[in-house]
Ligand binder design. Structure first.
Ligand code: A3P
Length: 321
């Protein structure tokens, strides 16, 4: 068994060496272009395994996003929605002691074989950052529901820059904002190009709106109730009139708010993937949670540069540009 594992490792390394390669924003890893998307090797290995072996169940619900677009929030909300009957008493809720990422299996890391993790997790939710066009075929052919969250690329960029600095070893030279922007604009970023990722799900949502729901971070932050209600309906766990009258929807929105989750001990002091080179403190997933924090970091020229790409890429769509 050891030998076959080694063989797989070797062939993966060989395969990597055939792919376009660029700087991964951190001295820890380079990133590689596979099917139009930039991956770190750690994730790419899982993406390929998922493409080869993963068999989705039609009842699976996929929470999808490009990193730093609100994944943590979406996971918390979806998990709280589907488990709300079991944990009507919030004082024993798993999210009080488990960070949202650990409540939901991550396809390209936790669920890479035919061994289906959703039964063990007890909820039909899975998460992935894989762009739509590279998702394992069974997710599409199985008609699985897909929820996709995205946000203003300027805020996503600033969020990612901070995240990569948190991920870098303490003594490393951090990537400058300028260098990161240059890479981001040419598409080289964690699961980038950012815009192509969003477009892949946008197209899918136009083709199959009953199967693919888009959520906009800014809309949710300004007025979470309609989006969260919509999310619950879409994933087949609608709030009854009675529940709404009792404030169950508001309770979940408040419980999953940035203010509440970021203040929990588990999210302030815990660690995600400890011992792994991609491990990081849970607090790195709860930075500001603001709309427009880019204003504190980007010069007007930098913002213009990003907006120009957004207009070019999203022109002709109904995506915010
Ligand atoms: P900022 O870095 O702008 O603060 P992801 O979960 O995809 O990694 O995205 C992380 C971004 O979502 C971070 O943005 C983080 O602060 C924000 N975030 C995390 N939890 C949130 C929540 N419950 N509500 C709103 N935003 C949240």
């Amino acid at each position: 068994e050891k030998q076959s594992l080694q063989k797989t490792n070797q062939s993966f390394e060989e395969f990597l060496s055939t792919l376009p390669r660029d700087y991964g924003w951190t001295p820890l890893f380079d990133c590689y272009l596979y099917q139009g998307c930039w991956y770190y090797p750690f994730f790419l290995r899982g993406v390929i395994a998922a493409q080869q072996h993963f068999e989705a169940q039609p009842t699976d619900i996929f929470l999808c996003s490009v990193p730093k677009s609100g994944t943590t929030w979406l996971k918390a909300l979806a998990f709280a929605i589907v488990t709300r009957k079991k944990y009507s008493d919030l004082s024993s809720h798993p999210l009080l002691s488990t960070m949202p990422h650990e409540c939901i299996p991550f396809l390209e890391v936790d669920v890479v074989s035919k061994e289906h993790a959703n039964q063990t997790a007890g909820v039909p939710l899975l998460a992935t950052h894989i762009p739509y066009h590279s998702l394992p075929k069974s997710i599409i052919s199985g008609g699985c529901k897909i929820v996709y969250i995205f946000r203003d690329p300027k805020d996503a960029f600033v969020s990612l820059w901070h995240f990569m600095i948190r991920l870098a070893p303490k003594d490393a030279t951090y990537i400058s904002l300028e260098a990161a922007l240059e890479l981001f604009c040419k598409g080289v970023s964690y699961y980038g190009p950012y815009w192509d990722h969003v477009l892949s799900f946008w197209k899918a949502s136009k083709e199959a709106p009953q199967r693919v729901l888009l959520l906009v971070y800014e809309e949710m932050r300004k007025d979470p109730l309609p989006s969260v209600k919509n999310l619950a309906d879409f994933i087949g766990h609608p709030f009854s009139v009675e529940e709404e009258n009792e404030g169950a929807l508001q309770k979940i929105v408040d419980f999953c708010s940035f203010e509440n989750l970021s203040d929990l001990d588990v999210n302030k002091k815990g660690n995600y993937r400890p011992g792994n080179s991609a491990g990081i403190e849970n607090s790195a997933f709860f930075r500001m949670g603001k709309i427009g924090d880019w204003r504190s970091h980007l010069t007007p020229e930098m913002a213009k540069q990003l907006d120009k790409i957004t207009r070019e890429k999203f022109g002709g769509t109904d995506l915010p540009s």
